[in-house]
Design a protein around this ligand. Structure first.
Ligand code: 5AD
Ligand code: SF4
Length: 445
């Protein structure tokens, strides 16, 4: 009988892309994707450790699988990813029906672990080093028209709230030639949009030397090279660290036609005192000055951000500093988080943890402010004509959901195939999307 797999992903785009690698390995082993739990012989949870609720969700999900595993002992349950790396033996202690725990560095050995589990019972590999760059693995990508491309894994920063350096290890960049080979291959197969992925994309290359020139490749150079790949129409990347967003990267963004006018520029806090405690190297005025420079150099650029509320020691005054920066920065979009202590990080050991009800109240004030700004930014788009790339059908039939180069979602009045480019006039704006009318419908080829 043909074996089938199901991969469930929690967490960021990096993790989504790892799931494509997991699916790619299972497919290379002759398996096919399952429709759901019932027809799957292998279930993989690819986990995230960045905030607490991720843990709760995993253990909840594993609990649901217990009766299924009792009924079907041949079902193989795999826990992969950042939480596997963090929780290690804890997972099989709390859920002994899990067959394989595979950490972030051990992913290339997944098939071996599964084979060993058949004979020897539960397996775990949470080694601390990466032997093979994960992108050397096959990927089963979901869509034919867009793709993620990993350019680096790991992170050399030490932000005191963040568990990523602990679970993903130090930064390891992928050689520029390998990245370009993958991008060229994707473009030749019809991919029109790539998103370059790394924990800290703009320090790309710091850990490499280019054998041809014996110097380090830089992120700006990589952008320019990717921009030259025939067939691509949109290039995105995530995430940069504000500190490393150097003028050469801004110039490359401004000059490369296919690089989209959107940057994700994580602020984390608007208080200098908290930024210092977070070990973020910039301060509020510097951050705002960088933002101004970016906006001057790249007209129409959209800026999104990440902000944490309730970091240990955050006072009402610190929080007001954050509100103030948010008001001045006028982000187009923001991902807002309540601080969540992560075991093993410096911040988790700090005194003055903010009570949850205080963090919640601040969080709600920040959400209200940012929603008003996002709505205002969206309204500014009304009347403009924009290029959109269709991503899917709208929730209500007869429509399409598309995206602008500036990363805004547009609901279109007519259905179009995903991967199609069109021009639309913005006629309306909601809190999280725009409404658009097609002005030029592409001719079918
Ligand atoms: N608590 C809350 N948010 C966090 N992030 C990272 N670590 C934590 C934490 N411990 C947020 C940061 C980061 C985003 C991916 O997740 O804002 O930029
Ligand atoms: Fe992604 Fe970070 Fe979560 Fe890992 S911990 S999946 S890198 S968000």
């Amino acid at each position: 009988m043909e074996r089938r797999y199901l991969v469930r992903t929690f967490g960021c785009q990096m993790n989504e892309h790892d799931s494509e690698r997991i699916a790619g390995m299972l497919a290379a082993d002759g398996m096919r994707p399952a429709e759901g739990l019932d027809d799957a012989q292998v279930v993989v949870f690819n986990t995230c450790a960045i905030r607490e609720n991720a843990d709760d969700r995993l253990y909840g999900n594993l609990g649901h699988l217990k009766p299924l595993k009792e009924r079907r002992p041949d079902l193989r349950i795999v826990v992969a990813g950042c939480l596997a790396q963090k929780d290690r033996g804890e997972i099989q202690r709390r859920a002994p029906w899990v067959d394989v725990v595979v950490g972030t560095h051990a992913l290339p050995g997944l098939l071996d672990l599964l084979r060993r589990a058949e004979v020897e019972g539960p397996q775990m590999d949470v080694r601390e080093y990466t032997e093979v760059f994960p992108s050397a693995l096959p990927a089963a990508r979901g869509e034919g028209w867009r793709a993620w491309v990993s350019i680096a894994v790991g992170c050399d920063n030490a932000c005191t709230f963040c568990i990523v350096p602990l679970v993903r290890g130090p930064q390891r960049s992928r050689p520029i030639a390998d990245v370009l080979a993958e991008v060229r291959d994707l473009a030749a197969r019809g991919v029109v949009e790539v998103t370059l992925l790394g924990q800290n994309v703009n320090t790309y290359g710091r850990d490499l030397t280019d054998p041809a020139s014996a110097r380090r490749p830089r992120f700006a150079e990589l952008l320019r090279e990717v921009d030259r790949v025939e067939g691509l129409r949109r290039i995105r990347f995530t995430s940069p660290h504000p500190h490393d967003f150097t003028p050469d990267v801004i110039d490359a963004m401004a000059e490369c036609e296919r690089v989209c006018e959107h940057i994700h520029f994580p602020l984390q806090s608007g208080s200098d005192r908290i930024l210092r405690a977070m070990r973020r190297s910039y301060r509020r005025e510097r951050y705002l000055a960088w933002l101004e420079r970016i906006r001057e150099r790249i007209p129409g650029v959209a800026v999104s951000t990440d902000i944490i509320v309730g970091f240990p020691g955050e006072t009402e005054e610190d929080f007001r500093d954050t509100l103030d920066v948010v008001e001045r920065a006028r982000f187009d979009a923001a991902y807002l988080f309540r601080y969540s202590p992560r075991p093993g990080t410096v911040a988790a050991t700090l005194p003055d943890q903010v009570p949850p009800e205080v963090a919640q109240e601040r969080f709600e004030r920040l959400v209200a402010l940012q929603e008003a700004i996002t709505a205002e930014r969206n309204r500014e788009q009304i009347g403009r004509e924009v290029e959109v790339l269709v991503e899917g059908v709208g929730r209500r039939g007869g429509r399409a959901q598309a995206r602008t180069r500036t990363n805004r979602i547009v609901h279109l009045d007519r259905p179009l195939a995903p991967g199609t480019f069109a021009r639309a006039r913005v006629t309306g704006a909601g809190a999280h999307h725009l409404v658009g009318e097609l002005v030029e419908v592409p001719v079918a080829v």
